[in-house]
Design a protein around this ligand. Sequence first.
Ligand code: AMP
Ligand code: MN
Ligand code: MN
Ligand code: MN
Length: 278
Amino acid sequence: MLAHSYDFHTHSTASDGTLAPEVLIEKACAAGVKLLALTDHDTMKGYQALVKSGYSADLKLITGVELTCKLEKQVVHIVGLNIDADNERLTSHLQMLDQLRMDRAKAIALRLQKAGLPDLLEAAIDCAAGGQIGRPHFARALLDLKLVSDQQQAFKKYLGAGKKGDVKVEWPELASIIDIIKDAGGLSILAHPTKYNLTMNKIRYLVAHYSELGGDALEVGYPAVTPDHQKALSVLVEKHQLLASGGSDFHNPAYHWTSLGCFPGVPGHLPHVLDVVN
Ligand code: AMP
Ligand code: MN
Ligand code: MN
Ligand code: MN
């Protein structure tokens, strides 16, 4: 896993990460990152808090967000980079997502309760501590109550695909997300394409659609990607004349499989998001 001077995919306490934005920036600096995007799930409140506090750091911070959406029934994540945080469409979209995620959290709590678990809503809200709430906060609540041994087990038993706590909601359509990011002057990146449990044929279909809808880039460098995946994704980047991006998807210093600025590199022959945002 190579250390890079950029990282375009990270999470803070504004969503399901465990480091406060200012701590994350400090650690990124210490890891040698010079160009960083904070890409919390469905919120830019981490970035906004940093700006409000008048932060200063020995790196360049670019705006970012990781937006949850769906194509047909498949949930996918789109990282938006270099977006105008004050863009009206984007701002009202993020407000809508605050509500959607809180409603979903209530539904998750109910479903888990019906499955025999205690009511975890308050505990999950506490874990989110004002950040955008998601399934990882239920995982932490389950862990605090010693009902699971770690976050992975919480997903395996209760929160992962097809489990009781995997409550389906009407996530926005991929097309509208690409449009909102464009409207806010940003670049869209289809995050971690091999992490949706899709066959390579389905990934090809997803990327073709994504490209037709005006998507800009594919994430090609991320911790779980294998050399074979990377080859296949690189072919798709070239075929659809996209850009390639990379990031650690950092959430938590205790996760030994991710650290800031560390991820498999983007193959050098591909056009890189770095050349566009730098
Ligand atoms: P949500 O956005 O609420 O649907 O939660 C998705 C987040 O949960 C992802 O961004 C990951 O951080 C985390 N996650 C998803 N699957 C797993 C898993 N199997 N084990 C641990 N964490 C997971
Ligand atoms: Mn996450
Ligand atoms: Mn993601
Ligand atoms: Mn992420």
